[in-house]
Design a protein around this ligand. Sequence first.
Ligand SMILES: *Cc1c(COP(=O)(O)O)cnc(C)c1O
Ligand SMILES: [Zn+2]
Length: 415
Amino acid sequence: MGEPTELRCVNCGQLFPPWSLDYACPDCGPDKGSLEVLYNYRALGRRLTPKSFAETQQHSLWRYEELLPMGREHAVSLRSGGTPLYSCRTLAAELGLRGLWTKDDGLNPTGSCKDRSTAVAMAAARKLGRASCSCASTGNAAVSLAGFCASAGMPGFVFVPETISRPKIAQLRAFGVLVFAVGGTYEQTYELCSEASAKYDWFNRSAAVNPMNVEGEKTAAFELWEQLGGELPEYVVTPVGDGSFISGLCKGFRELVQVELAASTPAVFGVQAEGAAAVAHAFARHKQGQTILPATEPAQTIADSINVGRPRDVLRAVRSVAETDGDFVTVSDAEINEAAQEIARRVGVFAEPAAAASYAGLLRLLDRADIPAQARVAVMVTGSGLKDAGDYLDGLPGPIVVPPHLEALAEHLDL
Ligand SMILES: *Cc1c(COP(=O)(O)O)cnc(C)c1O
Ligand SMILES: [Zn+2]
């Protein structure tokens, strides 16, 4: 099972013993000092073979227990990970790509990629003997924590902006945690949860501050590698809000190289909505040699799960993507709409707007030749379309209203 050797601050590089801190580096603070969990990669490299993961016979993310911070005896029974990867051959050919895959992380138990991070964060809470958990989020992380709290029989306290979608509110109510709909932005929601968690000693699973999140998110990279038969695509495209998920993906690819299961990492591209692009802007500053922080901007997009004005993992996301020779791209809400419809129509995957941003980003990246013709590309679809009230489907034909008679039906069929 996994044994972390150290925690390292992504900003100052300071090392701390594993499990000595719950959240960020005390010197750099939560805005910059995200902690990264390190392992003995040399020892793991000697031990792990391309078949090691399959030998666990686990189909959840606990398949990668060797590279996780704790053993699966701490896991909550709700299953995360093991989501399908679809090869989209005709679409690839149309786009001039040698390979195109979509990974449907909307098939996690509460419907988004957040279940990966929650699975590991909740296992950490149990290992540490914590009595209750909390989370602030644009919706999906809160929903995910709520589901895992229900599964674990642990009290949960979640904070969401009052504007979140009705389906997400329904999930939160159903799982039975205490839900606070905050009359304010995600930024204010986040601060309130941080303060309350400190005061009441809740284990806070909010983005970036909890180093366990990225440990769960990185398993999507391991799965991609396994599902492609021990190979990696040349490019991976994923939506970005706070910047944690993309940091996790990059860490996963890096670790595959560190344990000598992969020769090199893919170039990882982050996609943000034009109206909420603080990480993309920070990346552009970084490329010009300027400082990455601060990055607080107004945020407005239909892709509510990535509607983030003050990204919490900006430093880590920018550095991780730069290390893979990737980049960022922004897309309009109209492009996101169109992409969601196209993924549904062409791949059969119903994605929420944030989750479809990756496909919209791919089209832009092909357009500006950042991803060349004949490349092999994986696109992360991070959340289910059932999470959204569906306004983004406006413009698509509605159902044909018919009386219950075969003759009436025939009038509408050209058969
Ligand atoms: C959270 C989320 C993302 C982005 O993850 P960050 O860690 O916030 O960058 C993308 N898509 C969906 C559906 C999400 O819920
Ligand atoms: Zn630090």
